[in-house]
Design a protein around this ligand. Structure first.
Ligand code: NAI
Length: 501
């Protein structure tokens, strides 16, 4: 049976509501969309399954979707990222009370187990009274877990395989995959055609982040994508703002709340110099750290060098680093041999989407290692004495690992601030409206196929425009003559698709 909601405590709702009220003031993009589209109700009839960090900012997103007519069910996309007071406030709703909750069903709390996490993800895909046409008809995803559950469930169903038997080519060794299979097995036991029903109703997904977008392009290239997808991440007003300026704010926030160690004067190593890495490196430099960057891409490595950062391999500088932060979206970036060679009390953290950037399982398996919880999401790992990768004999050392290797800005702090998330989430709302409007068209007239699309540049510029007044920005206007000279419309869009910002 689909649940009504599952959060830490509805008693936190008032605290959450106060924070939501303040966040609304800092989210002009979302509030402008409510004002523009609230009356027209463009999402009336939309049933959105949302899987995205259940923070205060996400609460404003959820209530914007509702204000535009949608029904919503929500889970977090990370076991540590929920702000319990925001989850409570969303369940209670602006007009309900803890005794009479009238808001949106949320299944999320800070500190879920992996089993609980995947159960919550399933809960957003199962709707009360779900008859044939009752399930969600849109997914709003961050990292692609909700989308993956539907695709994997359908693959099992079609192959006639009962988990935990594995599908051809499927990795069968990870604990998390086994948890996912358990959820799928229970779902298929209760309804052998569960995923056929869910997949048939879903008309599309909007995806928030780089890692989820990678997954979608893989599915599309393999011809396996079940519904159209909008890549929100690569709207300029998302990745060039949230991934960079959001990280510039929330990375030091996470480190400070977790450790309170002075950053100035220390050596900070940042793996990856994409959008997130650029924000991370700038944040460390802003605090007065000496920053070393690593890259596999020569263009990004050259950018880092031109921006004034030392570019080196982790193994060559490991003994110097006071902080090691991964931002790559890749796996196995910080490995056991690196961690064994770190300085005493060095801080290790990840800010990319998944926890496989740092080999936590390998660390736990080191003979003699001892893990001590300093406080939730902050652990000291005492390392055995012995030779580091640099051949230097070390003893009595420990390192500090944040959020068990999961994204630390959401595990140790509260993620990006509202203003930058207003840009990202305005793109999400516009993406949901695009897909839902397309679903209403006759099949022969639909614009979106089972591919991955970006929003048109004119909408990207619109999202930016919605945030200018709040910062006191006055745009210069092109004259007709100047516009003709540049070959662009006076009202935009101003740049060709290939422009990189
Ligand atoms: P990106 O693709 O722009 O940057 C990643 C960079 O890492 C690339 O330049 C790549 O060449 C480099 N890289 C890959 N493997 C490497 C290795 N072994 N060593 C050194 N560098 C390596 O991606 P973006 O947008 O910067 O996102 C990175 C990750 O952060 C993704 O997982 C994304 O989903 C996540 N993300 C997290 C956020 C948060 O709030 N914590 C916010 C936005 C994105």
């Amino acid at each position: 049976m689909p649940g009504r909601y599952k959060v830490r405590s509805l008693a936190l709702a008032t605290a959450g509501r106060h924070q939501i009220r303040l966040a609304e003031h800092e989210m002009p993009g979302l509030m402008a969309l409510r004002a523009e589209f609230g009356e027209a109700q463009p999402l009336a009839g939309a049933r959105i399954a949302g899987s995205l960090h259940m923070t205060v900012q996400t609460a404003v997103l959820i209530e914007t979707l509702v204000a535009l007519g949608a029904q919503v069910r929500w889970a977090s996309c990370n076991i540590f990222s929920t702000q319990d007071e925001a989850a409570a406030a969303i369940v209670v709703g602006p007009h309900g009370t803890p005794a009479d909750p009238q808001g949106v069903p949320v299944f999320a709390w800070k500190g879920e187990s992996l089993e609980e996490y995947w159960d919550c993800t399933e809960q957003i895909l199962v709707w009360p009274g779900a008859g044939d046409d009752d399930g969600p008809n849109l997914i709003l995803d961050d990292g692609g877990d909700a989308t993956m559950l539907v695709h994997l469930g359908l693959q099992y169903e079609r192959a006639g395989v009962v988990p935990p038997d594995t599908l051809p080519g499927e990795p069968d060794h990870t604990h998390e995959m086994n948890v996912v299979r358990g959820v799928l097995r229970r779902a298929l036991e209760s309804d052998p055609l569960r995923w056929t029903g869910v997949a048939r109703n879903i008309g599309g997904v909007t995806e928030e982040t780089t890692t989820g977008v990678h997954r979608l392009y893989h599915l599309a290239q393999a011809g396996e994508l079940l519904f159209p997808a909008i890549n929100v991440n690569d709207s300029v007003t998302k990745s060039k703002f949230d991934n960079k300026y959001g990280i510039r704010h929330s990375l030091p926030d996470g480190i400070n709340r977790a450790t309170d160690i002075l950053i100035g004067g220390k050596v900070a190593f940042v793996a990856g110099y994409g959008d997130v890495g650029k924000g991370a490196a700038e944040a460390f430099r802003g605090q007065g750290a000496r920053v070393i960057v690593s890259e596999v891409d020569p263009i990004c490595a050259l950018q880092a060098a031109m921006d004034g950062f030392q570019v080196a391999r982790l193994e060559d500088v490991i003994g110097e680093a006071d902080f090691v932060i991964t931002t790559t979206g890749n796996k196995d970036v910080v490995r056991v041999e690196h961690m064994l060679a770190l300085k005493d009390k060095a801080v290790v953290g990840n800010i990319g989407h998944f926890d496989n950037e740092i080999d936590m399982a390998g660390l736990a398996a080191v003979p003699g290692v001892v893990r001590t919880e300093i406080k939730p999401q902050v652990h000291e790992w005492s390392l055995p004495a012995g030779a580091g990768a640099d051949g230097v004999e070390r003893r009595d050392r420990s390192i500090i690992v944040l959020s068990e290797g999961r994204l630390l800005n959401l595990g140790n702090a509260t993620g990006h601030p509202s203003f930058v998330m207003s840009n990202s989430f305005a793109n999400q709302v516009i993406g949901q409206m695009e897909l839902y409007a397309d679903m209403a068209r006759p099949a022969t007239e639909r614009q979106y196929e089972r591919q991955v699309y970006r929003l048109p540049k004119v909408l990207d510029e619109k999202v930016a425009r919605l945030h200018l007044d709040a910062l006191g920005v006055r745009l210069t206007e092109l004259s007709r003559d100047q516009a003709d000279y540049l070959g662009v419309p006076v009202e935009g869009p101003y740049k060709p698709e290939h422009y990189r910002y």
